[in-house]
Write a protein that binds this ligand. Structure first.
Ligand SMILES: [Zn+2]
Length: 289
């Protein structure tokens, strides 16, 4: 039994086959259409899926945004061009003729990481710090898969903080994300992206170090909140910022300064680029089991 797994992100659409032994093969990628009109996305999906005809028995999708009964809506209009109520599951079922499940991409990644660590932990929170900040929560071996569950980037970090793309003010995402790090840069760092600012921080640039520390501090406080809220057993950190050299260690050092009750082990994500694909496939198995 092969699962056709699809990952829909803000910049890329990826697809691959995943077999019963959880091996990934025939991975392909296309760019997410810049014009995120529903027809443009349907066309890109149809091109991507053509090569997989007759090779899978079911489809599992991980997608950025809010997933409600197979319907996709972008929470932050900066992502996916503000796509509104796109019938993702129905569209892919029509294109492939196969049964299909849809999960938010960070929820899918959380499920993949949970499956990897389930011998040790029953409560796990996955946090991705990348262009945005997202997450997925597993409580007592169950993934919280509700439409907004795990959108922890849009919890409050600082009431005096900057406006967030979601419409709230001072969200974790507006302070800790790669986009937020780049936006807050000034003087000689103005116009640089998060990757360049990280390189400057590594080289000892004080403002760059401050921007990275501010992001790590927001993630540290988020983790303490998650511990208080869910008694999560462990946190898995992913995303391009979350996995940047030295970032997780900074979050750990800041967390170590908080009272013992808020301490929780922090792991680097095991599945990196394939977390969404693998998580969706594992979840579809779990659903049909
Ligand atoms: Zn927000």
């Amino acid at each position: 039994m092969n699962t056709l797994a699809i990952d829909i992100g803000g910049t890329k659409l990826a697809a691959a086959l995943i077999n019963a032994e959880h091996q990934i093969f025939q991975r392909t990628e296309v760019s997410t259409p810049a014009d995120a009109a529903p027809l443009a996305l349907e066309h890109a999906l149809s091109q991507l899926l053509e090569a997989y005809q007759g090779q899978a028995q079911r489809v599992a999708i991980a997608s950025t945004g809010i997933i409600d009964n197979g319907i996709l809506t972008a929470l932050n209009p900066d992502n996916l061009g503000g796509l509104n109520r796109f019938p993702l599951q129905a569209t892919v079922e029509k294109l492939t003729g196969l049964p299909c499940i849809v999960l938010n991409d960070a929820q899918a990644a959380a499920w993949a990481e949970y499956c990897h660590l389930s011998a040790q932990f029953k409560h796990l929170t996955f946090i991705t710090v990348s262009t945005g900040v997202g997450g997925g929560i597993v409580v007592d071996g169950e993934l919280l898969s509700g439409p907004l569950a795990g959108h922890i980037g849009h919890t409050l970090a600082d009431p005096q903080g900057p406006a967030c793309g979601c419409g709230r003010v001072g969200c974790v995402e507006a302070i800790a994300s790669g986009r937020a790090i780049a936006t807050a840069a000034s003087h000689e760092l103005e116009g640089k992206n998060a990757r360049e600012i990280f390189a400057h921080a590594q080289a000892g640039h004080p403002q760059a170090q401050q921007l990275v520390a501010r992001s790590a501090q927001a993630i540290c406080q988020l983790i303490a909140n998650l511990k208080a809220l869910l008694d999560t057993d462990c946190v898995v950190l992913g995303g391009s910022v979350g996995l940047a050299q030295g970032y997780r260690q900074q979050v750990e050092q800041q967390l170590a300064r908080l009272p013992a009750a808020f301490q929780v082990p922090i792991y680097a994500a095991h599945y990196q680029h394939d977390a969404g694909l693998m998580g969706a496939a594992l979840w579809s198995e779990n659903q049909s089991a």
